[in-house]
Design a protein around this ligand. Sequence first.
Ligand code: PRT
Ligand code: MG
Length: 225
Amino acid sequence: MEAKQMITLALSKGRIFEETLPLLRAAGIEVLEDPEKSRKLILTTNQPDVRVLVVRATDVPTYVQYGGADLGITGKDTLIEHAADWGGSTSAAGLYQPLDLNIAKCRISVAVRADFDYASAVKQGSRLKVATKYVAIAREFFATKGVHVDLIKLYGSMELAPLVGLSDAIVDLVSTGNTLKANHLVEVEHIMDISSQLVVNQAALKLKQASIRRIIDAFASAVGK
Ligand code: PRT
Ligand code: MG
């Protein structure tokens, strides 16, 4: 019998937290506090050996990489950007990525002002100013396309940049498309589909095999894999 070791799961508030609750339930785990109401950053569950950390979405891979959490759930967007700092591979960052959870789905796209002729700009080989939080994804996408870009790093509200002339284009997440529409922007390229991924600290996986495998397996069957 393996001794009961504490299992720590890192989650971000908002859509990922909400969409993870049913998966946790499928694994027999009920979170006992609501992160939107409580100020606590460590949430208890009905399982004395399972706890949930509430961290910023972009910090989830960092917590898991350095063992602050054993597992985490993070958007593919965030994971790709994090891995870019480690030569582009999640395993080089000490992360095992066993499962696509198919939650918090969206796409990452290029968008421009409705009055900007993106196709002509690309055809003429113009240098494009691109504002984004997703610098690695944008750099790779435009390099593959052979388009020269000046990347402008932003941390949020990317949709504003083309409206005030900060950039010609943005690379951002799109779900319903309502935010683009409300700001008179149009999608001109679909870069990739995004969904949330389960990531596991590689050392924790070895040390806490049985408990972590049980959670991975329960999540896998809950998402139909
Ligand atoms: O908000 P904070 O700065 O703390 O962090 P965050 O924005 O990284 O976190 P959060 O919770 O907003 O997003 C976490 C993850 O959810 C992202 O990394 C994605 O993997 C996933 N996700 C899925 C989304 C969306 N859908 C989404 N629509 N994240 C953000 N959006 C935003 C998008 O950036 C845009 O501003 O919603 C707007 C577009 O939505 P529509 O429906 O109007 O198209
Ligand atoms: Mg957000």
